[in-house]
Design a protein around this ligand. Sequence first.
Ligand code: GDP
Ligand code: MG
Length: 146
Amino acid sequence: MIEKSYVMVKPGFANHIEVINEIKKCIWALGLKIIKGEYVSYSPDLAKKHYAEHVGKDFYPKLEKYITSDVAYGMIVEGENAIAKIRRVVGSTKNPEKGTIRREMPKMIGREIDTTENVVHASDSQESAEKEIAIFEKLINSNEKI
Ligand code: GDP
Ligand code: MG
């Protein structure tokens, strides 16, 4: 099935063009299209909406502080089974597998793997993708007004 997924290069990585380019190459190598790509800055309010299922968890305050700390780079990706394909190359949240974006990309910029600052976000379902893309579109519009 043709799906849309939302991929977001997180703060501290989105300001490294070589990281963004490498992630784009991974997406293209999966046969997927990047139909939109923009730099955005998450506000605390839209961070809470994006990560709604995590608000109230012990790690949430640290996550919100991080995701709002600097510019991110959001992308709308489209193609056959886009959601599962991207999640596989992104890698697990904890102890990402060898060869995955979360495991390998921190090395590109001389960083250690970190559970919060884990390079990239990718939608986990069609429902999440729709919600996250709507937030991304909202951010593009509100950021333009600044
Ligand atoms: P994802 O779908 O793999 O990104 O993982 P989740 O949806 O479970 O969590 C969202 C984000 O919250 C992760 O990508 C991490 O940035 C952060 N996070 C999740 N679990 C933990 C945790 O146990 N500790 C810390 N410090 N951060 C976490
Ligand atoms: Mg998630």
